[in-house]
Design a protein around this ligand. Structure first.
Ligand SMILES: [Ca+2]
Ligand SMILES: [Ca+2]
Length: 390
C-alpha cells in the first residue's frame, strides 16, 4: 500500500512540476525556475523563491487548492490554441492567491525579462506586447443563463467532451477561492474560436469567492469577463485591453465596487454588458467607476448595454472620450445614476449626447464634482501606476 501511494505521489509530482530548468540570477538571491505542466490534482503551494513557468494548459482538478504565496512570479510559455498556456481552476477546485500591496502576485509571459516581482518596472515588455498567453480561467458552480437553457456548459475554446471544462450550476454560494493583489499581464492569445482569451475569466463563479485588487495589463481581449455567476468583486483595474475593460455576460448577478478602466487606442468599450441569454436576466450592481482614455480613438465606446441586461450602475466618471464615443443603452431595466461624463474636455449632461440607441430615457441621472470611494491612489501597487509615474 505504502509503495503504491508513494508511486502515485511521485507520478503526480512528475506531472505537476516537470523539471527545474535553471537558476535565474536576481540580485543577492537566485530564483529557481520551475516548469509546470499537466494537472494539479492535490493541494499545492507555489512559493515566492521560485519562478513558475506554465507550459500549456495547467488545470487544477479533483477539488484541489492551489495556494500562491505573496510575491510569487508566474510566467506563461508562448503559444496559441490548442497549445496556449493558461491556468484553469475547474469546478470544486480553488485558487488561494493572496498578495499584498508590497508583494503582489504577478502572472506574466515568459518573454518578460523580470526575475522578481519587485523588478516589474524594469520589464522590457510594454503595453503593446498583448496576446502572449491564455490568462486565468475560473470555472464555478453558480447559476448562468445560457441560450440553450442548459444549467452548465463548457467554456468555449476548451474541449467540450471533457467534463472538467464545464461551468455553471445551482450553487449561488460557490466558493472558488480568493484572489487579492494579483497582476495579470500581456495575455489574450488566440483561442481558436475567432476570439482571444481574457486576462481573468470568471465563469459561473459564486459569492463565497473573493476577488479584490486585480490588475489586468495589456490583454488582447477583455480585461475581466464574467460569464454568469454571483461573485462580488472590488478594486479592478484594466489597462489597455484590446477589447473591453470589463465584460458581463450570461446573466451575471453580483456586485462590483471600484472599477478603473484605461482604454488604449485599440480598445472597445470601457464596460460591455450582455444580460442573460436564457431564462433569467440576472441582476448586477456596479458602482464607483472610472473610465478613461489614454489615446482617444473613434473605436472607443464608454459603455454598451444590451436589451437583455438588468441591473444598476451608479457613480461613474468617464473622461477624455471623443465626441463620437457613446453609452449604448438598449435595456429599460438598467438604471444609470450619478454619471459625470466629459467628452472633448466638455461635460455632457443630456442623454442625447451619450445614448447611441435612443431606446431608453428613464432612470438616468447626471451629476458633477463626483468623488469616488477609491480614487486612483488605491491602485499604487499596480504596474499601471508604476509605468505611468516612470
Ligand atoms: Ca471576451
Ligand atoms: Ca468583449
Amino acid at each position: 500500500m505504502e509503495g503504491k501511494r508513494f508511486l502515485r505521489t511521485v507520478s503526480c509530482c512528475l506531472l505537476c512540476i516537470g523539471l527545474v530548468t535553471s537558476l535565474v540570477s536576481c540580485g543577492s538571491q537566485e530564483a529557481t525556475s520551475v516548469t509546470v505542466q499537466g494537472s494539479i490534482s492535490e493541494d499545492t503551494t507555489w512559493t515566492a523563491d521560485n519562478i513558475y513557468v506554465l507550459n500549456q494548459e495547467i488545470r487544477v482538478i479533483n477539488s484541489a487548492t492551489l495556494t500562491i504565496e505573496p510575491g510569487t512570479l508566474i510566467k506563461a510559455a508562448p503559444g496559441e490554441f490548442p497549445n496556449a498556456s493558461m491556468l484553469l481552476i475547474t469546478q470544486g477546485s480553488k485558487i488561494n492567491a493572496v498578495g499584498t500591496p508590497e508583494k503582489p502576485i504577478v502572472f506574466t509571459s515568459s518573454d518578460d525579462n523580470i526575475t522578481r516581482v519587485e523588478e516589474s518596472n524594469q520589464s522590457l515588455l510594454n503595453e503593446n506586447n498583448k496576446g502572449l498567453w491564455g490568462g486565468i480561467i475560473i470555472l464555478g458552480t453558480a447559476p448562468i443563463s445560457t441560450e440553450t437553457g442548459d444549467v452548465s456548459t463548457f467554456y468555449v475554446g476548451l474541449d467540450p467532451s471533457d467534463k472538467a471544462n464545464y461551468y455553471g450550476g445551482t450553487n449561488v454560494e460557490d466558493n472558488s477561492g480568493i484572489m487579492k493583489y494579483v497582476s495579470i499581464r500581456y495575455g489574450g492569445t488566440y483561442m481558436g474560436t475567432g476570439s482571444e482569451s481574457n486576462g481573468l475569466t470568471l465563469c459561473g463563479v459564486g459569492n463565497k469567492t473573493q476577488i479584490d485588487q486585480i490588475e489586468v495589463y495589456a490583454n488582447q481581449d477583455d480585461g475581466i469577463e464574467f460569464f454568469g455567476g454571483t461573485v462580488n468583486a472590488s478594486n479592478l483595474l484594466v489597462y489597455n485591453s484590446g477589447d473591453d475593460g470589463i465584460d458581463l455576460d450570461e446573466g451575471y448577478s453580483g456586485e462590483i465596487k471600484n472599477i478603473m478602466v484605461v482604454l488604449g487606442e485599440q480598445s472597445d468599450s470601457g464596460i460591455e454588458i450582455s444580460g442573460g441569454q436564457g431564462d433569467f436576466q440576472g441582476d448586477f450592481s456596479l458602482s464607483n467607476i472610472q473610465l478613461t482614455v489614454k489615446t482617444p480613438s473613434e473605436d472607443q465606446q464608454i459603455m454598451r448595454i444590451d436589451s437583455a441586461s438588468k441591473g444598476s450602475i451608479s457613480t461613474l466618471l468617464a473622461s477624455n472620450f471623443l465626441d463620437i464615443s457613446k453609452i449604448q443603452l438598449q435595456s429599460s431595466e438598467v438604471t444609470l445614476e450619478q454619471l459625470q461624463i466629459s467628452k472633448n474636455q466638455t461635460e455632457v449632461n443630456s442623454l442625447s449626447e451619450i445614448n447611441g440607441s435612443e431606446k431608453n430615457s428613464k432612470n438616468i441621472s447626471f451629476t458633477s464634482g463626483l468623488s469616488l470611494e477609491n480614487d486612483s491612489k488605491g491602485y499604487h501597487w499596480t504596474l499601471t501606476k508604476q509605468m505611468v509615474s516612470r
